[in-house]
Design a protein around this ligand. Structure first.
Ligand code: SF4
Ligand code: SF4
Length: 141
């Protein structure tokens, strides 16, 4: 290594250090975006569109068609239905149980998109930590 190469490497290193330090200095005074969760639980703002867990806000709208179950890629949903006879003698499916396993859900939203009745939707509630997976099985209706 020549003397020129030595000093050019040395000054290059010092310049790089100063650039890094200047970035650190600027960032030091910027408004912090880090959330202090769970200390800030009371003031925490979760975006409306966050997919926390599947809910069924319009139970009566569900026709028990089973499309959400069919479109779910990993068997998270189970639609249990009954067939009843209406007053005019026609057969009609009615929802008996709508089972959802939060532990399996990948939050892909395919079920919601496939529901023409808008019976199901994602809620932005996210605090679902449990000690056993069984507790993540939900009956939504
Ligand atoms: S979000 Fe995806 S994985 Fe979860 S229940 Fe719906 S279709 Fe299934
Ligand atoms: S939630 Fe929607 S897609 Fe699923 S069974 Fe009910 S009506 Fe059909």
């Amino acid at each position: 290594m020549t003397v020129v190469e030595y000093f050019s490497g040395l000054f290059g290193g010092i310049k790089s250090l100063l650039v890094g330090m200047s970035v650190t200095w600027v960032e030091l005074w910027k408004k912090k975006v880090t959330e202090q969760y769970p200390e800030n639980r009371a003031t925490l703002v979760i975006p409306e569109r966050t997919r926390g867990e599947l809910t069924m806000p319009r139970v009566s709208a569900c026709t028990a068609c089973g499309l959400c179950q069919l479109n779910c890629p990993n068997g998270t949903i189970q639609v249990i239905s009954n067939t009843v006879e209406t007053e005019d003698g026609k057969k009609k499916k009615v929802l008996e149980q709508y089972l959802y396993d939060l532990g399996k859900c990948t939050f892909c939203n395919l079920c919601v998109l496939s529901c023409s009745q808008n019976a199901i939707a994602f809620a932005n509630t996210f605090e679902n930590a449990m000690f056993t997976r069984e507790k993540l099985n939900r009956k939504l209706n």
